[in-house]
Design a protein around this ligand. Sequence first.
Ligand code: C2E
Ligand code: CA
Ligand code: CA
Ligand code: CA
Length: 278
Amino acid sequence: LAQRSAEGIAVYPAGHEQEISGRLAMMGRLRQAIEQGQLEMVCQPKVDMRTRSAFGAEALVRWRDPQLGAIAPSVFIPLAEQGGMISAITEWMVHAAFRQVHDWQRDGNPASLSVNLSAHDIQNPAFIDRIHRLALALAIPDNSIQFELTESALMDDPDTAMQSLARLSDMGFEIWIDDFGTGYSSLSYLQRFPIHAIKIDQSFVRLMSVSSGSSAIVHATIDLGHHLGLYVVAEGVEDQAAWSCLAAQGCDVAQGYFVAKPMPVSQFNNWKTSWNKA
Ligand code: C2E
Ligand code: CA
Ligand code: CA
Ligand code: CA
């Protein structure tokens, strides 16, 4: 696409140039938002499918820029990964999640939180050290934090990932595999890594009722997980039909709009109390 100008400088068509400068501008604003503490943590409830009780939530990051408005994580997380900012976001989220779990525990309302980690995070032993220190300082109880990782994040550098996961697991954190079934990796890692649960990708869950292929993948994933002694979580559970189908197959945990959309942490406690009463 690039053409050479008379001076030999690469000239890009206007659209491309605009796209690059737009992305650079967004990266700059994101960097500022991180430095100034303008990110927000919201949480989406997770429910035990057998007892119907809400026991925790997934922590999800939100960014609202004063000029650009709300920007979706599917847009800015990849930018943060490219721009070397992802670990700053993860650390901010880990801090927020640890403080929240600590407060819930202190107030007699214990609940767990899942935090998303990126490939870059688990390639960095110093990051794992910082998580460890923070967990000790806040006396985070065992099994009250789950770290969600995609298969591709693990496969980036499996040896280093293995060391990081072993350490996190020793610290009492659970490891959940996110977007399971979309990573094109071999399944042997499920035995080698200290994994507690797999999360069936929401694309399969959403298509389950209309696609026999997706339905077969959901079924097989639940069986595979259980045969390996893992919990199986379904995300993207949007209606009663999906819930009933998953419950009939013995899926352990559900997350999705049918239960609740992501909400400010300040609302979670009230939501949980009324859900568990109903
Ligand atoms: P994810 O980790 O797979 O998170 C689930 C996404 O699905 C969330 O989108 C959630 O709002 C959405 N979702 C949940 N239930 C339903 C449902 O029933 N139907 C539909 N259509 N969607 C549902 P969100 O918050 O926009 O996040 C998108 C992705 O951005 C996440 O996918 C994750 O990969 C990334 N992300 C979000 N927060 C963080 C974070 O703090 N750190 C990192 N590294 N990544 C994050
Ligand atoms: Ca996730
Ligand atoms: Ca997911
Ligand atoms: Ca995802």
